[in-house]
Design a protein around this ligand. Structure first.
Ligand SMILES: Cc1cc2nc3c(=O)[nH]c(=O)nc-3n(C[C@H](O)[C@H](O)[C@H](O)COP(=O)(O)O)c2cc1C
Length: 222
C-alpha cells in the first residue's frame, strides 16, 4: 500500500521528541500510518544497496507473550501494538541478491551494464576480505540498526513512539520465530503510543567529547 500521507511532526522535533517508551496504550497503529513508516524506513542506505534487513512484524498477543519471555519479561513488548524483530540476513551478499539489486536498479533506470558487472565482480572479493568489519554479524547489525534508526525517527514524525531493545536472548528468539542460522537478530523495536510521562531526558555527551578533528582524540571546535 503506497499512500502519500504527510507526517504531523517535522524532522527536528521528531528527533528531539523521540524517547524510548517503556509503556504503551493498547491503541492500534492505523494501517496507513504503519505502511508509511515502513515505506520511509526502508529508504535507509546500505552497502552496495544490498539491504540485508528483515523484519518480523509481531502483533498477536500469543506471539508477543512468547517474545516477552525471550526478552527478560520486559512488559513493553506485550503492551505495544506492534513489535518488530529486526534481523539481518547474511545471505544478502549471495549472488541471487546481487542480481536482485541489479534488477531493482534497472527498474529504476539507475543501473548500467558496467555498474552491474562491477557489482558482480567486486562484491564477492569485498566480503572475502571484509576490510571494514570483523564478522558478518557486525555487517548485518551495522545495516539493520541504521534502518531501525530511520524507522524510529519516521515513526515519531507520525506521532508513533518506539522502544529499541537489545535485552533479549537471541537464541531463544531465533528458535521461537523460525529464524534461520544465516540470519542475525539485531534488536527488537516496539512501536505504538506511549502511555507514560517519559523519564527525564538523560542527556547526551557534548560535541567536544565525541567529535574529533582530523585525528582520533584531537579537539574539534565549531
Ligand atoms: C540498541 C539499543 C538497545 C536498547 N535496549 C533496551 C532494552 O532492552 N530495554 C529498554 O527498556 N530500553 C532499551 N534501550 C533504550 C535505551 O535505554 C534508551 O534509548 C536510552 O536510555 C536513551 O534514552 P532515550 O532514547 O529516551 O533518549 C535500548 C536502546 C538502544 C539504542
Amino acid at each position: 500500500m503506497d499512500i502519500d500521507f504527510q507526517p504531523t511532526t517535522g524532522l527536528k522535533d521528531s528527533i528531539e521528541q523521540r524517547r524510548a517508551a517503556r509503556a504503551f496504550h493498547p491503541d492500534p497503529i492505523p494501517e496507513v500510518v504503519l505502511a508509511e513508516i515502513f515505506h520511509l524506513g526502508l529508504r535507509s542506505p546500505s552497502g552496495y544497496n544490498l539491504q540485508p534487513w528483515r523484519f518480523i512484524v509481531v502483533q498477536s498477543p500469543e506471539s508477543k507473550e512468547t517474545l516477552q519471555h525471550c526478552a527478560f519479561d520486559q512488559t513493553q513488548i506485550a503492551q505495544a501494538p506492534v513489535v518488530l524483530i529486526c534481523c539481518g540476513d547474511r545471505t544478502a551478499i549471495d549472488q541471487d541478491n546481487i542480481e536482485a539489486v541489479i534488477k531493482l536498479g534497472e527498474d529504476h533506470q539507475a543501473m548500467t551494464k558496467q555498474y552491474a558487472d562491477y557489482l558482480r565482480s567486486q562484491i564477492p572479493p569485498f566480503f572475502d576480505n571484509a576490510p571494514s568489519f570483523g564478522s558478518m554479524e557486525t555487517w548485518t547489525n551495522r545495516h539493520t540498526m541504521l534502518a531501525v534508526a530511520h524507522l524510529m525517527i519516521v515513526a515519531k514524525s507520525y506521532g508513533v513512539d518506539s522502544c529499541p531493545m537489545e535485552g533479549f536472548v537471541a537464541a531463544q528468539v531465533k528458535e521461537a520465530f523460525d529464524i534461520p542460522d544465516t540470519v542475525d537478530v539485531c534488536c527488537l523495536l516496539c512501536l505504538g503510543y506511549a502511555d507514560e510521562p517519559f523519564k527525564h531526558f538523560g542527556g547526551r555527551f557534548s560535541r567536544d567529547k565525541v567529535f574529533y578533528g582530523e585525528r582520533y582524540g584531537r579537539p574539534f571546535r565549531l
